[in-house]
Write a protein that binds this ligand. Structure first.
Ligand code: TYM
Length: 334
């Protein structure tokens, strides 16, 4: 089986973008692959973070992975910081990565502007840590949202550079992964502005629907979300980004095709569509929320899942790390 690797940062609540761009796709494809899915808690400190929340956010996110339907038969779930090879490989790859490759990253440039003088070396290095996450497991596929595309190109470039510099041409040490970005849901937009992506860092919680939002919150957010005064709802009208986004959410939750939704909604006004979207969203999130409650009632269970995950992950990651060190010429005792 091909191997899949992906992760989400434990920062704040998980929203529909994270679900449709990432976790929902992990769940959908999981039986076809051998999956390694982790909580990216090392990435979570690349921006100023709250130390009193890191552990609980990590726990919540791991519980959500299971609640969304990851099955331990196909998937290994672990916490990034529990496998020290992630940090070690990052150092080794740092030393073969040209600085200007990192300075060119769009996400770095965007976040650096926001953080001003507080930008850390870690923020610049974020994509090399991500590269290490992926290469340690010799992943074939990396399911992510559209915003991670450039980071995955960098991952391939770093792997190719490493192989070129340190491996024999017919015996690559690191595998070049392919991104797995689905067409629909790869870029879920903000409820407040259909031209910006839904994001954990948006100061307004009304801009996103979180997986653990109550039915009342979901109703309120959809009621308040930005729309337009035009009757009849259509996909793909560049003048109506909110309309496209809300129809897409409905399509994804209802499990219908684009054609079906287009036909169903072409004569609707917002007054008719919004209750439909509310109902569908609430119904789709309910089983996830119930499962989340059940999982978090037994803390020992999740801890044991994460301990098992750590062991399985370490076995593979440490092997790759040893191969990388050998290729770099490090002295290793026999
Ligand atoms: P994070 O936590 O920012 O995002 C997690 C996943 O959610 C996707 N995503 C979206 N998809 C669609 N629409 C949106 N509005 C939206 N917002 C976020 C992201 O593309 C991502 O797939 N750097 C990664 C975490 C990471 C990682 C890795 C991923 C660390 N190491 C190795 C893959 C492989 C990130 O951005 O997390």
């Amino acid at each position: 089986k091909q191997r899949v690797l992906s992760g989400v940062q434990p920062t704040g609540n998980l929203h529909l973008g994270n679900y449709f761009g990432a976790i929902g796709n992990w769940v959908k494809g999981q039986s076809e692959y051998e999956n390694y899915l982790f909580v990216a808690d090392l990435h979570a400190i690349t921006a100023p973070h709250d130390p009193t929340k890191l552990a609980s956010d990590t726990y919540t996110l791991a519980a959500l992975y299971l609640a969304c339907g990851l099955d331990l038969q196909h998937s290994t779930i672990f916490v990034q910081s529990h496998v020290s090879a992630h940090s070690e490989l990052t150092w080794l790859l740092n030393c073969i990565t040209p600085l200007n490759w990192l300075e060119d990253m769009i996400q770095f440039k965007e976040k650096a502007v926001k953080q001003g003088e507080n930008v850390s070396v870690g923020l610049l290095d974020y994509p090399v840590l991500m590269t290490s996450d992926i290469l340690l497991y010799q992943a074939d596929k990396v399911p992510v949202g559209e915003d991670q595309k450039q980071h995955l190109e960098l991952t391939r470039d770093i792997a190719a550079r490493f192989n070129h510099l340190f491996a024999k041409p017919d015996q690559p040490v690191l595998k070049l992964p392919d991104p797995l970005i689905r067409k629909e849901g790869a870029r879920v937009m903000s409820l407040a502005d259909g031209t910006r992506k839904m994001s954990k860092s948006d100061p307004s919680d009304l801009s996103r629907i979180n997986l653990l939002d109550s039915p009342e919150q979901i109703q309120y957010k959809i009621k308040r979300c930005k729309t337009d005064p035009i009757r009849g709802l259509t996909f793909d009208d560049p003048e109506r980004p909110e309309c496209n986004n809300l129809l897409t959410l409905y399509m994804l939750f209802a499990g219908k095709s684009k054609e079906e939704v287009a036909a169903e909604c072409q004569d609707m006004g917002w007054g008719q569509f919004k209750p439909l979207l509310m109902e569908t969203t609430i119904a789709a999130l309910q089983p996830i929320q119930e499962k989340y409650q059940a999982i978090t009632e037994d803390k020992g269970y999740l801890d044991s899942v994460l301990r098992d995950g750590r062991e399985k992950a370490q076995a593979i990651a440490n092997q790759t790390l040893a191969d990388v060190k050998a290729a770099l010429g490090y002295y290793l005792p026999v």
